[in-house]
Structure formats: structure tokens, C-alpha cells
Design a protein. Structure first.
Length: 201
């Protein structure tokens, strides 16, 4: 998996947590405890993301991980459900629900990120940012890789070099679990910047 906070797509994908806080299943509570232990080791972003991915993988597809409400989509745009925000701000867990055809903008992230596909599949296109040539012109994006992430797959990454777009290219709902090394309850989303630039695809 997550430009400026003015991103239309990400800002629109607001948390669905209620005023009383996110509801938590026992399985999610166990996952959060495992993530807390991994993040608490204080390792650099890349190994932290790797360890968190190992903790996330066994829970993907498990029927008891999310409540029915946490799997609800929005006909207008992909939807973010805040599942957990650690009190010290060190990590957050969200579920993103994608109806067929829903997508993000091209963006990157404020922190390390681990994504796992809980249901369905996610399509992802990764980009490299090429500086303006000649200087003073407009930078552009070059697609470097197209990936289809099937149910159960896990990806971890850390900025920089994490520019991508994600969409549901399938015919069924997709649900993915994202863990960020940031306080999403405060930031609203993990997006650092949206790249509204020419792209080759
Ligand atoms: Fe992303």
C-alpha cells in the first residue's frame, strides 16, 4: 500500500469509527497486541514493516477479524474504517473497503506501511517520479510495475519511493487491512502527497 491531506480520495475516505471508539473483535485485539510488540522493538522502518507483515498474514481471511460494519463500503468512494490507533501515536490499523472499480489517486505515504488483502483482490500500479527536464518544466511519472495482490497477500514498504495507485479491478468487494507507523486518528489518512502529474499509464 498510502499526499497532502487535501487529497480528495483519501480525505473523503474518512474513518467510520463511532464517537465511542472503534469496536474491536478478539482477533483484532490479538493482532494489535502482536503489532505493538513488533513496533515496540524500535527497529528502523523496513524491518518494522517486515515484522508487522508477518503478524498480519495469519489473520487475513479469518471470519472473526472484522465486524460486519467494518466491511461496509460506500457507493461513492472507497471507505476507510479506523480499527485501532495506538495511544502513543506509534501505529494505526485501518480497514479499506473497495467496491468494484473504486480507486485511489496516485500518492505516497507519511510512514512505513503494511497492507494485507483480507477479501477479494487489489490491483496496484507503482511509479517513479522523474524530475522536470528541462528544469522549470513539469515533473512526470513513469509506471514501474503493475501488481495484482490476491487475498492473503501482504506488502510492506517505507518511504521514499512508495508512489502508487491502488484500485479494485475485480467484480466483487475487496477489503484490505493497512497498518501505518503513524496516528491516523489525528492525521485522517496515511497520504503524504497526491501526485497530479502526467503519467505514461
Ligand atoms: Fe497507498
Amino acid at each position: 500500500m498510502a499526499a497532502s491531506l487535501s487529497s480528495t480520495t483519501h480525505t473523503a475516505a474518512r474513518s467510520a469509527a463511532s464517537a465511542s471508539g472503534p469496536r474491536t473483535t478478539d482477533r483484532l485485539a490479538a493482532l494489535v497486541a502482536d503489532i505493538r510488540a513488533a513496533v515496540g522493538r524500535g527497529l528502523p522502518p523496513d524491518p518494522t514493516a517486515y515484522l508487522v507483515g508477518e503478524k498480519l498474514a495469519p489473520h487475513l481471511g479469518a471470519p472473526g477479524l472484522l465486524t460486519p460494519g467494518q466491511c461496509e463500503g460506500d457507493p461513492e468512494r472507497y471507505r476507510q474504517h479506523l480499527l485501532h490507533a495506538e495511544a502513543d501515536g506509534s501505529f494505526s490499523v485501518v480497514a479499506l473497503v473497495w467496491l468494484p472499480g473504486q480507486r485511489t489517486s496516485v500518492h505516497d505515504h507519511v510512514s512505513w506501511c503494511v497492507t494485507g488483502v483480507h477479501q477479494g483482490e487489489e490491483h496496484e500500479r507503482r511509479y517513479r517520479l522523474l524530475p522536470a527536464d528541462p528544469p522549470g518544466g513539469r515533473a512526470r511519472l513513469v509506471a514501474t510495475e503493475d501488481v495484482v495482490n490476491p487475498q492473503g497477500s501482504v506488502c510492506g514498504f517505507a518511504p521514499p519511493g512508495d508512489i502508487h495507485r491502488v484500485w479494485n479491478g475485480g467484480s466483487d468487494k475487496a477489503v484490505s487491512i493497512h497498518v501505518y507507523g503513524a496516528d491516523i486518528s489525528r492525521l485522517g489518512s496515511s497520504v503524504r502527497r497526491v501526485y497530479d502529474l502526467p503519467a505514461d499509464r
